[in-house]
Structures are given as structure tokens and as C-alpha cells.
Design a protein around this ligand. Structure first.
Ligand code: ZN
Ligand code: MN
Length: 258
């Protein structure tokens, strides 16, 4: 089904109802966070990026994009710098799980039977799964057994060939990519007005001991707030990432929602 907009919330209720009531239209839910992303990028990077991937994917598979979840689970020191940093504004795990459970059940009530969680914040991962699990369990009690939910994080679609192209000097790993080449390149391609590369701090990828300490030891996090340097980011790399990940997500959802 073709829709006049990718965004479900821009439709009137009769148009929305017509699109979703028979279960044919998938709903894509972007999941992000409000989290510091270094000195060079704003706090809503993890919301902007999955929302844009969802917006690009939606028309290719006849889906609609739901409003993003703009708060996420607490930033972990080894993947987001840590929840102690200024600007980072997070939900307790139980709050995030409850919010996701409620939203999934509401879409199911409307008739939606295909949902994709498009994640942009690593720390959300297990809470997304818990929210889905609780929603599916409660929907089963109501006799609804045909809802399918796909969970993905966009960076998992960057294949080996693209990694070699994007990180000629060696790939530091997704865990320390926070505010680094991946996110900064995507932001440069999409929202250059929100990127201040002149204020970016260049430093080696963060290294951590193989354990965690709470309260966190703030000195473990580079003072930039990023976990690797964005120095090698570029809009051209962002374009490659946009194409590779959008295609990967479209292919996955065509398979799962066929
Ligand atoms: Zn991020
Ligand atoms: Mn994040």
C-alpha cells in the first residue's frame, strides 16, 4: 500500500485506520536516546539516525513510521560514555520495557500485525526484547497470536566490505564507535548543520578493563565523551552507510514481512 507520508502520526485517524486495520501495513518504530555525543554533535543523534533509516525504508516496503521513542536506557560507560555525563537523560529499564510493551499492544489493538523496532541506541537492546516479550504474552491472553516483531540495530547491516572501505586504518569495533566515524559520518551526510567538526576531539579509541565498577570511575571515559575519534568521518562515508544499511534493512523486512 502506498501512503502519502512515511509518518503515521501525520495521517488523519480514518486514513491511518484504513492503512493498518487489516494488518497489512508494517509499523517501524525508531528507538533512540537523549545522550551526549561528544563536543561535536547534539544530544539526539540516536533519535535522528534510526528515524531517518525508517523514513527511507518505509516507502520501499509500504510501511509507516511511528513516532520515535526519544529517551532510552541508561548510557553504559563502555558503549556510550556512561550515564553520569551531562545531557544524558535516561529511563530506568522497567520504564522503557513498560513503554514499549504499551506501544506494541496499542498498535496490535489497531490491527497492526507487523512491527519493526529500528534501534539507534545500543543500551536499549535487551529492554526492547523484554518489552516485546511481555506484549506478545499479554496479546496471547487476548487471543492475538499473529503479531510479528522484528528487532534490529541499523549498524548491524554494515557488511565487511563496507567496514573495510570506511575504516582503512582498522576497525575499532561497534562498542567504541560512540560519537566516532559511524555516527559522525551519518550526521555529516544528513544534518551537517548539527555537526561541529572543528570542536571534535581527536584521541585513540577508548580501552577499558574487562569489568565494570559502580559508581562509575569517570576517568575511564575520554574527556571528549566520545569513545573513538570522529576525525576520519565524512559525508561520503555517511552516504555509503545510508545506502548499505537502508538496503540491508529493506531486504530483511521484505523477507520477514513477505
Ligand atoms: Zn549514538
Ligand atoms: Mn547511544
Amino acid at each position: 500500500m502506498k501512503h502519502e507520508t512515511a509518518f503515521a502520526s501525520e495521517l488523519t485517524w480514518p486514513d491511518y485506520h484504513a492503512a493498518v486495520h487489516n494488518g497489512g501495513t508494517p509499523i517501524l518504530i525508531p528507538l533512540g536516546s537523549m545522550e551526549q555525543h561528544g563536543h561535536h554533535m547534539p544530544l539526539h543523534v540516536d533519535v535522528l539516525l534510526p528515524t531517518e533509516f525508517a523514513r527511507r525504508v518505509a516507502p520501499q516496503i509500504g510501511a509507516l513510521v511511528a513516532p520515535a521513542l526519544t529517551y532510552g536506557y541508561k548510557s553504559h560507560q563502555k558503549s556510550g560514555g556512561g550515564n553520569h555525563l551531562p545531557g544524558t537523560t535516561s529511563l530506568d529499564g522497567a520504564t522503557l520495557v513498560s513503554a514499549l510493551r504499551d506501544v506494541v499492544k496499542e498498535f496490535a489493538r489497531h490491527g497492526v500485525r507487523k512491527i519493526c523496532m529500528v534501534n539507534g541506541h545500543f543500551e536499549n537492546s535487551w529492554f526492547i526484547i523484554e518489552g516485546i516479550d511481555l506484549a506478545l504474552r499479554e496479546l496471547r491472553w487476548d487471543g492475538i497470536t499473529d503479531l510479528k516483531v522484528v528487532v534490529l540495530s541499523y549498524w548491524d547491516f554494515v557488511h565487511k566490505e563496507a567496514i573495510a572501505q570506511l575504516y582503512p586504518g582498522g576497525f575499532p569495533g561497534w562498542d567504541v564507535e560512540h560519537g566516532g566515524v559511524l555516527e559522525t559520518s551519518l550526521m555529516l551526510a544528513l544534518y551537517p548543520q548539527h555537526v561541529h567538526l572543528d570542536r571534535a576531539m581527536d584521541h585513540p579509541a577508548a580501552t577499558f578493563p574487562p569489568y565494570d565498577v559502580y559508581p562509575v570511575k569517570a576517568e575511564w571515559t575520554p574527556c571528549s565523551g566520545t569513545l573513538s575519534s570522529p576525525k576520519d568521518a565524512s559525508a561520503e562515508k555517511g552516504q555509503i552507510l545510508l545506502e548499505v544499511c537502508t538496503k540491508g534493512i529493506v531486504d530483511a523486512l521484505r523477507t520477514e514481512f513477505a
